[in-house]
Design a binder for this molecule. Structure first.
Ligand code: DQA
Length: 150
């Protein structure tokens, strides 16, 4: 089916998430990023959403992807990864854009090391879903679909 007229959701994976499936399997599980993206695409197709998926290790690139979404996307799902705990720039970009941004984490950041308990980006996000593995992303898509229609 053509996705030309469907609302588009921006999906951004931050640093080190390209190594999923090989990285700390006990924490992040066995799925590769490509497999997570397959689940995201399948869920989006069911929900009547188009997805624009990116992975980057660079903080500024995440800021720019959020900016590029203005006038183009209906919402965003962002896993800022370690930048969640430090990046005021990504937090301000989330505040600056007019569309809802759902922050997701594969792991439950509140059940891990104390430095992960604070997410400065989640303070700016519309909502936060953490600890459900790939389901964090697909539930975020469902929430956005409920918010924006699809
Ligand atoms: C993560 C949690 C972060 O603390 C960590 O730096 C990551 C992944 C998650 O998805 O669980 O890289 O965002």
């Amino acid at each position: 089916m053509s996705t030309a007229r469907l609302p588009t959701v921006l999906v951004v994976h931050g640093p080190n998430l390209n190594l999923l499936g090989r990285r700390e399997l006990d924490v992040y599980g066995p799925l590769t990023l490509a497999e997570v993206d397959d689940r995201i695409r399948a869920e989006a197709a069911e929900l009547g959403l188009a997805v624009d998926i990116h992975q980057t290790a660079r903080e500024g690139a995440i800021v720019e992807l959020l900016h590029d979404g203005v006038d183009r996307v209906a919402g965003a799902v962002v896993n800022p990864a370690a930048y969640s705990h430090t990046s005021r720039a990504i937090a301000d970009a989330m505040r600056a854009v007019p569309y809802p941004v759902i922050e997701v984490h594969l792991s439950n950041i509140h059940a891990r090391e104390p430095w992960r308990h604070v997410s400065v980006t989640a303070e700016a996000a519309t909502a936060l879903i953490a600890g459900l593995g790939a389901l964090s992303y697909t539930l975020a898509l469902r929430a956005l679909q409920a918010m924006i229609g699809g």
